[in-house]
Design a protein around this ligand. Structure first.
Ligand SMILES: O=C1O[C@H](COP(=O)(O)O)[C@@H](O)[C@H](O)[C@H]1O
Length: 222
């Protein structure tokens, strides 16, 4: 794991958007299309805003979510809603988005419907992850119902998961995340940095970020 420190969050957003744009362009050189998985939550909006303005062959980029709350896009908690508002605009509006939520289906039924459509997206060409202070990444939450299944080496690509006291979710599994060709993690603040450092002494069940951090490039600002 390599940690890159930025002077502030704005510089991080600019720097990381540049890194991601360069990685997408490189990956597009050797492939008909590339798969780019992105997080939701409160952190990535400004990074998406900057990246979306970059000129590249977005029509050959497939955008996926690292995880999703099992809510329709009309719900403010929807990660797809965030991605549509901040990433799939301007030049990046030409990208192909692969949403997960299926109206009228349970998360497990939704995963069964979505999983066959993800086969061609693996291994992910480029992955951006976020992390919570509890060391969850994507929706691999410590103690969640479904965590063991999503951490298993033979886990399906997209798995249902029920974090304690939270809306039901779906998440890319640990193997799908771990096997990405290039992986970045963005975190802000001393608390998350301390949590990340602590995760090295813990199991993936206790600190799910530890399941995916081989070759992870970490982008941090206070
Ligand atoms: O629930 C989620 O949390 C993580 C971290 O979110 P943040 O708000 O602390 O940045 C995020 O990466 C994940 O995609 C999201 O669904």
């Amino acid at each position: 794991m390599n940690i890159i420190e930025y002077a502030d969050r704005e510089l991080l957003a600019m720097g990381l958007a540049n890194v991601l744009a360069g990685s997408l362009k490189n990956a597009l050189l050797g492939n008909d299309f590339v798969s780019f998985a992105v997080p939701g939550g409160t952190t990535p909006g400004p990074i998406f805003d900057m990246l979306s303005a970059t000129e590249l062959d977005w029509d050959r980029v497939h955008v996926l979510l690292s995880d999703e709350r099992w809510v329709p896009e009309s719900d403010e908690q929807s990660n797809a809603r965030l991605v549509r508002a901040h990433l799939l605009t301007g030049p990046a509006g030409a990208a192909r988005f692969i949403p997960y939520y299926r109206e009228g289906m349970s998360p497990a039924e939704g995963c069964a419907a979505v999983n066959p459509t993800l086969d061609d997206e693996l291994p992910l060409s480029l992955l951006l992850l976020g992390m919570g202070g509890d060391m969850h990444t994507a929706s691999l939450f410590p103690g969640a119902k479904g965590l063991d299944a999503a951490l298993a080496s033979d886990a399906p690509t997209l798995c249902p998961i029920e974090p304690d006291g939270e809306v039901s979710r779906v998440t890319l599994s640990a193997p799908a995340l771990r096997d990405a060709m290039e992986k970045h993690l963005v975190i802000y603040g001393d608390d998350k940095r301390a949590a990340l450092e602590k995760a090295g002494d813990l199991s993936p069940e206790e600190a799910p970020i530890a399941a995916v951090w081989d070759d992870l490039e970490v982008h941090w600002a206070a």
